[in-house]
Design a binder for this molecule. Structure first.
Ligand SMILES: Nc1ncnc2c1ncn2[C@@H]1O[C@H](COP(=O)(O)OP(=O)(O)O)[C@@H](O)[C@H]1O
Ligand SMILES: CC(=O)OP(=O)(O)O
Ligand SMILES: [Mg+2]
Length: 394
């Protein structure tokens, strides 16, 4: 039995980690995050294996220094394997994969398709391999859950050669989260074989249509930029925008990339913040940019959910997850009120009560179910790591 498993999710300036034990899923979990890496205010926060708070300043720490600090928190808890989140698996990596030098080289080549994520994921893998050379390490891909998309959902209306020769197609992301939530809904026994729409709303946001436990369409595409409005990412824009900015304003590709990935979304619309909590406060104080940003965010999400429903033979329910999906009842209310013609009927009091890390239903007992299901990408990554190492088919 491979237990416990250390899960690492390495971002450009943060590392999220958890030590996941299959035997005792309800026990306190050593988990947390190192944030603002590279800065003077870098810090490590979380809870230790006894459930006590961790708060440690790590001034100037880079990824390797932060991982060393995380590892020192393991004390006598020895992980038997490490599961890494890797955002883009491209065409080649369709399931969790044991990491070796050849796989790492192949992953490097995929960096361009997820520039905010894959290079940081790889830095984390390299540092962990140096620190833990004896442990098996596994990559679990955001794209893997969406391997069941049919061609009508994953092909762009572009010449076939671009797909055949260069792998230009829709891949979809946040697969560990969508997989976890759909399995959780099935475990809860709520219409387990039906059609669900899942909205993962964190810093990155994506929605997924799940039929009988399999992803059948999703809002992200070739890269994690397509689809919904996100913290700093634009989501869908007119593809003609790129040529327009280049021709009319003389913008370079790098400048356009920065605009769409780092300066847009909630931040760009509001002119204030990428953070939904901050925007809700500002909107309550009548900040026009914050109000517009929330309005566009909710409308675009409702529109995407309506579109994704076309992938389902039947709509059994909608589930919300991620920081915004779990903690912002006002956002959920605004989204579902724009889906009333699907027969969606929220219970306002039940919705308002689900404002923390709590799982629960907020429909009024008619029409499609409405759920909040806190995501646990770490549990999903640990389970897939364990399954691979134990040689079972994923
Ligand atoms: N109480 C809250 N009310 C509104 N938004 C919240 C609340 N708590 C967290 N959020 C929002 O959740 C988002 C971060 O989601 P999270 O899932 O933690 O991100 P990540 O994608 O980095 O894992 C931010 O926009 C944050 O403002
Ligand atoms: C793929 C993606 O957008 O991930 P995140 O939400 O962690 O940025
Ligand atoms: Mg998260």
């Amino acid at each position: 039995m491979h237990d416990p498993i250390l899960v690492i999710n390495c971002g450009s300036s943060s590392i999220k980690f958890a030590l996941v034990t299959a035997d005792a899923p309800a026990a306190p979990r050593l988990a947390g995050q190192a944030e603002r890496l590279g800065g003077v205010d870098a810090r490590l926060t979380g809870t230790d294996a006894r459930g006590a708070a961790i708060a440690e300043a790590l001034p100037g720490a880079d990824h390797e220094a932060a991982l060393t600090a995380i590892l020192s928190r393991l004390e006598d808890l020895r992980p038997t394997a490490v599961g890494h989140r890797v955002v883009h698996g491209g065409e080649r990596f369709t399931a969790a994969t044991r990491l070796d030098a050849e796989v790492l080289r192949a992953l490097e080549a995929l960096g361009e398709l997820a520039p905010l994520h894959n290079p940081a994921n790889l830095a984390g893998i390299r540092a962990t391999r140096r620190l833990f050379p004896e442990l098996p390490q596994v990559a679990v891909f955001d794209t893997a859950f969406h391997q069941t998309l049919p061609p009508k959902a994953y092909r762009y209306a572009l010449p076939e050669a671009l797909y055949r020769r260069h792998g230009i197609r829709r891949y979809g992301f946040h697969g560990s989260s969508h997989a976890y939530v759909s399995r959780r809904l099935a475990a809860l026994g709520d219409r387990p074989h039906g059609g669900w729409l899942i909205a993962h709303l964190g810093n990155g946001c994506s929605a997924c249509a799940v039929w009988q436990g399999e992803s059948v369409d999703t809002s992200m595409g070739l890269t994690p930029l397509e689809g919904l409005v996100m913290g700093t990412r634009s989501g869908d824009v007119d593809p003609g925008l790129h040529a327009h900015l280049a021709r009319r304003l003389g913008w370079s590709l790098e400048r356009i990339d920065r605009l769409l990935n780092h300066e847009s979304g909630l931040l760009g619309l509001s002119g204030l913040s990428h953070d939904m909590r901050r925007l809700e406060q500002a909107a309550a104080e009548h900040h026009p940019g914050a109000r517009l940003a929330i309005e566009v965010f909710c409308y675009r999400l409702a529109k995407a959910l309506a579109a994704l429903s076309c992938a389902l033979p039947r709509l059994d329910g909608i589930a919300f997850t991620g920081g915004i999906g779990e903690h912002a009842p006002a956002v959920r209310a605004r989204v579902v009120e724009q889906l009333h013609h699907f027969g969606v009927r929220p219970d306002a009091a039940a919705n308002a009560a689900l404002d923390g890390d709590r799982e629960g239903r907020f429909d009024a007992g008619q029409g499609p179910r409405l759920w909040v299901v806190p995501t646990d990408e770490e549990a999903q990554i640990a389970a897939e790591t364990r399954r691979l190492l134990e040689g079972e088919t994923p």
